[in-house]
Design a binder for this molecule. Structure first.
Ligand code: LLP
Length: 396
């Protein structure tokens, strides 16, 4: 999407708003389909926690991908958007009885089970209904994903997954429960992983576990490697869409799939990250003693990633760029009454002026979905854009 298109769209919408470039989403999806075809056993289940805007879910459904859901709300949203229950995987460390019952009634594809007590409860609830729950055991493989500690999940002390030392017990319990059908193992080592090495280690661990089980006569249908494929946040001009082929070709090289029928991946960010922009307006340019603060009408209430993880998104002054103003070094902050409401220091953007439109890029994943109403801030709209025009605007 060009800068003048962004400028033009913002003239007819109150800022801040999320702007989704659906053409970029289309390209990402078709590139991902091509990349995944490296192995006919590879399947995608979109981690809808990253973004569940309706037009986005519709495109993902039409692409034939399944869903990775983490709540009853996400399961119902997936069903509303045309996904079949069999295409839904239900993950999460804290599933309520109500959510488990919902998933059992719908006969979803698989529960990713994260602990022994959860296994017991699913087994009891399935037995009360006289149904069989398909499950995969989420294993904590104790691999460092080398990412932010808030989004690393595969280390021994994480709350996620069953520890390797408890795996045998969990497998034995699954196999002896008449209402449990153990179909596979699930792994997810973290998010925004930008190097392939943790996935190589993961493949090696999985190969060893699967081979051991196979020797004991336990044949698994599927292995789920989770999501976590990182995108480029630094220089978005380099790649228009997420580059994933190195991840999938590496996994294809290292993972032994001879005893497995299906290999599942749960990417979220890599599918929707790049297509979303948070569009905001400059309220004030405040000259401090040593620093210049650009105060936006968007803040941590619209995009919490910088405040929560110190994430740094690319930011452009669209209006200033169009005016061809010389760049200035500034700190970019939001309006919320918290010091952490800061998008980052020392951004170099075209000379900022009150009223200029700013685009915070690569905000499609974990942006809108993590928004809050703190400070009783007004709800913001989402705008969807494709082939030079706006489609299906919706208000949230
Ligand atoms: N599968 C499981 C089990 C997960 O926990 C997650 C993300 C995914 C798949 C998708 O991961 P992705 O491909 O999007 O990296 N709010 C944080 C990210 C939290 C990720 C939580 N789990 C952020 O803004 O960076």
């Amino acid at each position: 999407m060009t800068q003048s298109e962004i400028q033009q769209i913002s003239s007819s919408h109150r800022t801040p708003f999320y702007l989704y470039d659906m053409d970029v989403l289309d390209k990402t999806i078709s590139e991902l389909k091509k990349t995944v075809s490296v192995n006919p056993k590879f399947r995608i289940h979109y981690a809808m926690k990253a973004c569940y805007e309706s037009p986005v879910l519709h495109k993902i459904q039409r692409a034939g991908f399944g869903i990775d859901a983490v709540s009853g709300g996400e399961i119902l949203k997936a069903i509303d958007h045309g996904f079949k229950p069999s295409q839904i995987i239900f993950a999460g460390v804290g599933k309520t009885d109500e959510e488990i019952n919902l998933a059992l009634d719908l006969q979803i594809g698989c529960f990713n089970v994260e602990s022994l007590p959860e296994l017991e409860v699913i087994s009891q609830l399935a037995s009360q209904k006289d149904v069989k729950a398909h499950i995969a055991l989420r294993v904590n493989p104790e691999i460092d994903a080398h990412t932010h500690h808030y989004i690393t999940t595969g280390l021994a002390e994480n709350k996620f997954g069953i520890n390797l030392c408890q795996l045998d017990e969990a497998i034995a319990k699954s196999l002896s429960s008449p209402n449990i059908d153990l179909v596979g193992l699930h792994f997810h080592i973290g998010s925004q992983i930008t190097i392939v090495e943790p996935f190589v280690l993961l493949c090696q661990k999985i190969n060893a576990i699967v081979a051991q089980l196979f020797e004991r006569g336990i044949n698994l249908e599927s292995i789920d490697l989770g999501g976590g494929f990182g995108i480029e946040y630094d220089d978005t001009s380099k790649n228009e869409i997420a580059q994933l082929s190195h991840f999938f070709s590496t996994i294809n090289r290292y993972l032994d799939t001879s005893h497995i029928q299906e290999v599942i991946f749960e990417p979220g960010r890599a599918i929707v990250g790049v297509c979303g922009h948070l569009i905001s307006r400059i309220l004030f340019v405040k000259e401090g003693v040593q620093r210049t603060f650009v105060i936006l009408d968007a803040g941590m209430t619209e995009l919490i990633r910088p405040a929560l993880y110190g994430a740094r998104h690319p930011i452009r002054n669209i209006t200033g760029d169009l005016r061809k103003d010389a760049p200035r070094q500034v700190d970019i902050v939001g309006p919320v009454c918290e010091s952490s409401d800061c998008f980052g220091c020392d951004y170099v953007i075209a000379n900022p002026k009150r009223g200029d439109i700013v685009s915070i890029d690569s905000a499609g994943a974990y942006g809108h979905v993590m928004a809050s109403h703190y400070n009783a801030r007004q709800l913001f709209p989402s705008v969807f854009y494709s082939q030079g025009k706006e489609i299906l605007p919706s208000c949230h």
